[in-house]
Design a protein around this ligand. Structure first.
Ligand code: HT7
Ligand code: ZN
Length: 890
């Protein structure tokens, strides 16, 4: 496999500027004809003028190639074909500056299990071209800096089987019969685009349609397609789409540009969705939703992903990436935009807490392991491996830092200048940074470090207060423990001060800019009643790990912040830190009454007062940190012990507050009675809070007490059967899925699992939940269940959603996956062996479960390394898996 480096970027010697394509689809064979208008690049620094086309020979068979309508080109004389390329020699090219290359190729979408290029998903054909799928459809300069107008895309297929024929842009020739039971339609996209934004969908689909009138008065036709049985689950996506269009106009002054916006839901899809120009393709999991089948989390994701793909129309499509190293230019920025959208439509604090939980759970881990890379990577083998939490989530944090440094108004000025300068072109992260700097007349040179350096920096602080002069002093220091050679970052630190006794805010939020290794800031305070407590990194203003060097005061400071901080995020954060301190103390067998008292006081406060935020915030305040985020703060992870320690603290809380949890549960149950189903912040908050109560109420304090196990199972069982939402059903079913050791309780568990499966009636997304819940069980024999489920008739390794629902969810079930006997590692190695030849993109992500070996104890680490070595020797291992495994072994 070949490694590609950012430093080697060269503009091509030739650009394709205009494209006409013709797809003739027959069962088992699709013929693709392309006419490419090519323009020689006068500015090219390439010493050779050959026309370089990408093409994956495992997918595309070349039938013919001609230049300017002449005789067929001859292999070996005019061109040569490689595994991944076609090179037309400079000497064979016409002398004129522009010419036309016509090719004819055949492909077999029915055999395409990689789900990259043109493939079949159930009753429909669809495409996925990002990052490098277009080369699996035809020969083409498949690189994002080649922007071309796709003037005409003609699709011909069987009329009865495939009534719907879609591509990007506008329908210029509506469907017409062409004989032989076939029909055809022609699409044209007026906006130049790179090949990765090309799309084609052909199928027997149902749809819903609506319209949106833009701020300048243009009416846009909106249509969302899915398999016919799912059409009644598309309304929420349509609402979300209209909300997204309005939000982008209001917030950024960005209007939609085509007359049509089509979205198609597809069952087999490697990622979440794809922003193809005017024709988004979505994984069904991020578009279908109704009361019966979708949880609140699903609704939230539909809204977020619909927004995300829509926002790409400007950040990604109108202005795209020069090369794939710049991926965060569009992804970080678009994630930031979708986060802001969700925050504006729902609750800012809740959205922020959820986003940071996600970042810490996934990105921090990635950044401390062998796949660690800057948000703008320096090299790759398989680009698909770099659609990572770092590029996306940390990339979004980097964009958020621009906004924090420049203020929302300054950020908007930067965005306006970015579009003014670069609309219609393929640019770099440096261009974005320059627009932000120039629009605000500031120097952002040092800010580039966020693009150049990897690893999560540590931000330490120590503070003191001189009562005689009423001066508060805070010293901030940064370091990069995982990357000691890193130079200082430019870090915006949102900062405020709270009085420990009055609870008043002594200093409202200010943004401190830390550019050096260390800096000291002083503040004159007035009206100080108790001790001034610093509230640092409000709203999580930078993707760093925060350390308080005033160790003795740390817990009491956290208690002040948990009770009084005006920043919702930091109030939550303070509670989380108190809880993790207790869990780590328990892990080290040093848990004492001081820290436990702080844990109890924090719970007491959240349970007794509804003043600290809405129900969702209260729910998050009552949740212990996840095993994943706790693991991030450990030198060596011992997953079984970590689960036990967290479990111990949870049991103590459950025991201490059982009556309060019970009465809050009942109060919420009463409040929710008879209220019609809604997906608004208030209803979501009530469900979230009630399910947190349920979780504590059903926490078994003594596992060997069968009566207790049974009593708790009965509570979950009734919750399940009384539930009228997927959220409540899932909450109860996941509690029950971990029940064991009492035959009667196990019978309740099995009854609910069977009921859920039956009620799903084959609905793919609901069945996925059924698989996931079982794969995340804390039962000691969960791996046996998972293996049994792999043999279930509904399991299909070729479907990425199903595969992730069972296999990836199991690998995230840390204590089980990292079982001491290595059984989890055996299991995943076998799955990778089967999956890699079928779908390398999904397989390589599974390899990721073995690469963090240095973070685990020696026994586990050794077994993981052995498995990586074994996988590396698999016959015909894909470049995708090879890259992850090789990095894991470095
Ligand atoms: N821009 C989209 C990326 C994507 C993708 C990448 C690799 C392989 C398959 C893929 N499907 C979609 C998704 C997004 O960020 O909007
Ligand atoms: Zn995206």
């Amino acid at each position: 496999p070949v490694e590609i480096f950012r430093k080697d970027y060269l503009a091509p010697a030739n650009f394709v500027t205009e494209v006409s394509m013709d797809f003739d689809i027959e069962e088992g064979k699709t013929v693709v004809k392309s006419d490419l208008v090519v323009r020689k690049n006068a500015d090219s620094k390439n010493d050779k003028g050959d026309l370089l086309l990408d093409g994956d020979s495992s997918s595309v068979t070349l039938l013919s190639a001609r230049l300017d309508g002449g005789e067929p080109l001859v292999e070996g004389v005019d061109y040569e074909l490689g595994d991944q390329s076609m090179v037309i020699f400079e000497k064979a090219l016409p002398k004129s500056d522009t010419f036309t290359l016509s090719t004819e190729v055949s492909i077999v979408p029915e055999d395409n299990t990689q789900l990259s290029g043109f493939y079949k998903s159930g009753p429909m054909y669809c495409s996925q071209c990002e990052a490098e799928g277009f080369r699996r459809i035809t020969y083409y300069p498949d690189r994002p800096d080649n922007m071309a107008t796709f003037k005409s895309v003609k699709i011909t297929a069987d009329k009865a089987k495939y009534p719907v024929l879609l591509s990007n842009g506008n329908l210029v020739k509506p469907t017409e019969d062409v004989g032989g039971g076939k029909h055809s339609a022609t699409w044209s996209d007026p906006f130049p685009k790179p090949s990765y934004l090309f799309a084609i969908v052909v199928g027997d689909l149902g749809s819903i349609s609506d319209s949106f009138t833009t701020s300048s008065g243009r009416k846009v036709h909106l249509e969302i397609f899915s398999e016919k049985e799912n059409v009644d689950k598309l309304d929420y996506a349509m609402e979300s789409l209209k909300n997204s269009m309005k939000w982008d106009e209001d917030k950024f002054g960005l209007e939609y540009d085509l007359d049509i916006y089509n979205v198609v839901a597809v069952n087999d899809f490697n990622m979440g969705a794809m922003e193809n120009k005017g024709l988004n393709v979505f994984n069904t999991a991020y578009v279908l939703a109704d009361q019966k089948t979708a949880s609140d989390g699903d609704y939230e994701r539909v809204e977020g992903v619909i927004g995300h793909e829509y926002f790409h129309n400007w950040t990604g499509n109108r202005v795209t990436c020069r090369d794939w190293f710049q991926l965060t230019l569009k992804e970080g920025l678009t994630v930031f935009r979708d986060q802001e959208f969700s925050g504006d439509l729902g609750s800012k604090d809740v959205t922020r807490i959820e986003n940071v939980r996600g970042l810490r759970g996934r990105q921090f881990a990635e950044d401390s392991g062998p796949m660690s890379h800057p948000i703008r990577p320096e090299s790759y083998i398989a680009m698909d491996n770099f659609y990572t939490a770092t590029v996306y989530s940390k990339g979004a944090e980097v964009i958020r830092m621009y906004q924090t440094l420049l203020t929302p108004k300054g950020f908007r000025k930067g965005m306006d200048l970015y579009f003014e300068r670069h609309d219609g072109s393929a640019v770099t992260c440096d261009d974005f940074r320059a627009a932000m700097a120039d629009a605000n007349d500031v120097n952002l040179d040092q800010f580039e470090k966020w693009y150049l350096q990897n690893g999560t920096p540590t931000l330490s602080y120590s503070s003191s207060f001189d009562a005689s002069t009423s001066t508060f002093t805070i010293t901030l220091s940064q370091s990069s423990p995982t990357n000691p050679s890193n130079e200082p970052f430019h870090i915006p630190v949102s900062f405020g001060i709270i009085d420990s006794s009055s609870g008043e805010e002594l200093l409202p939020t200010e943004v401190l800019e830390l550019k050096e290794e260390s800096a000291t800031f002083t503040f004159k305070l007035s009206n100080v009643a108790g001790k001034p407590v610093p509230s640092i990194l409000r709203g999580f203003s930078a993707p760093v790990k925060l350390i308080n060097e005033n160790v003795d005061e740390a817990t009491s400071q956290l208690q002040t912040l948990a009770a009084y901080d005006t920043d919702g995020f930091n109030r939550w954060e303070a509670g989380q830190k108190i809880f993790s301190t207790a869990i780590f103390a328990e892990l080290a067998e040093k848990c004492d009454s001081t820290i436990l008292d702080a844990v109890f006081a924090t719970f007491q406060q959240s349970l007794s007062s509804d003043k600290l935020g809405d129900d969702s915030i209260r729910a998050y305040n009552l949740m212990l940190p996840t095993e994943g985020s706790l693991a991030e703060d450990l030198e060596t992870i011992e997953p079984v012990k970590l689960r036990e320690a967290r479990g111990t603290i949870k049991k103590l809380v459950a025991k201490e507050f059982k009556p309060q949890f019970q009465s809050l549960y009942e109060k919420l149950t009463d409040e929710m009675k008879g209220v019609p189903f809604a997906v608004d912040s208030m209803s979501i908050g009530k469900r979230r809070l009630r399910n947190v109560c349920l979780d504590f109420i059903t926490t078994t304090v003594n596992r060997s007490d069968e009566d207790e196990v049974l009593a708790n199972a009965k509570v979950a069982h009734s919750h399940y059967h009384a539930a009228n939402t997927m959220t409540d059903k899932l909450a109860a079913m996941s509690i029950l899925s971990s029940v064991y050791g009492c035959a009667e309780a196990e019978a309740l568990r099995d009854e609910v699992l069977a009921h859920f499966f039956e009620e799903a009636a084959g609905d793919a997304l609901v069945v996925n939940k059924w698989f996931s819940v079982q794969a995340s069980s804390t039962k000691p024999d969960v791996l046996d269940d998972v293996k049994r489920l792999m043999e279930h008739p509904e399991f299909n390794i070729k479907n990425p959603n199903r595969c992730r629902a069972l296999v990836s969810v199991f690998t995230a079930n840390s204590a089980a996956f990292h079982a001491e006997d290595g059984s989890g590692y055996d299991f995943i190695t076998n799955v990778i062996n089967t999956l890699d030849p079928l779908n390398p993109q999904v397989a390589s992500r599974m390899c990721g479960s073995l690469i963090q070996h240095k973070r685990y104890d020696a026994g586990r680490g050794k077994m993981m390394v052995e498995k990586l070595k074994l996988i590396k020797e698999f016959d015909g291992l894909s470049p995708d898996s090879f890259e992850v495994v090789s990095r894991g072994l470095k």
